[in-house]
Design a binder for this molecule. Structure first.
Ligand SMILES: [Zn+2]
Length: 161
């Protein structure tokens, strides 16, 4: 079996962990000693996210990004995607990104995320890679300016929840 078909957990695969599309044709090769472990941990967290959303399919657009790929797609220099610890996803069978974020905020203590970002077209969620660090549980929303507002807001910063 090709390694890309291997499952990390019941519902997530290695193929999904390296799925980020890019126009430059950069191969998303996993780098860094702790990255594989981070990806596995993230997959376990994503199983909890999936459970919170009633077990609906999670459609992942980006998870681990190699440094070259992160640069190509315009990711932040200190992005948790570089560590394999952040996932961008939608779950249309559950609802919109806002509806998903509202539910994940409700369940934040169970999920223990570092950061949840309403990107409007998708949801970004990440977890700490350092053991025994209290989860930050930070909730942000992307503004049309490219900056981030605290909490769940529309793209002008008006609160939505
Ligand atoms: Zn992201």
């Amino acid at each position: 079996m090709a390694s890309s078909l291997k499952f990390l957990t019941d519902n997530f695969t290695w193929a999904e962990a390296v799925v980020t599309h890019n126009r430059a044709g950069i191969v998303n090769t996993i780098q860094g000693e702790s990255t594989m472990g981070n990806i596995l941990n993230t997959a376990m967290h994503m199983e909890k996210v999936r459970e919170c959303l009633g077990g609906v399919p999670i459609l992942i657009s980006s998870w681990y990004r190699s440094p070259a790929l992160n640069t190509q797609v315009g990711g932040a220099r200190n992005s948790d995607h570089l560590l394999g610890a952040a996932v961008d996803f939608i779950a249309p069978a559950y609802g919109t990104p806002l509806e998903i974020c509202k539910k994940l905020v409700q369940d934040k203590n169970l999920l223990g995320f570092k950061q949840l970002i309403l990107e409007h077209s998708w949801v970004h969620i990440s977890w700490n890679t350092i053991p025994n660090v209290a989860p930050k549980l930070e909730v942000l929303s992307l503004l049309s300016s490219g900056a981030y507002a605290r909490g769940l807001t529309d793209n002008r910063g008006n609160p939505l929840a």
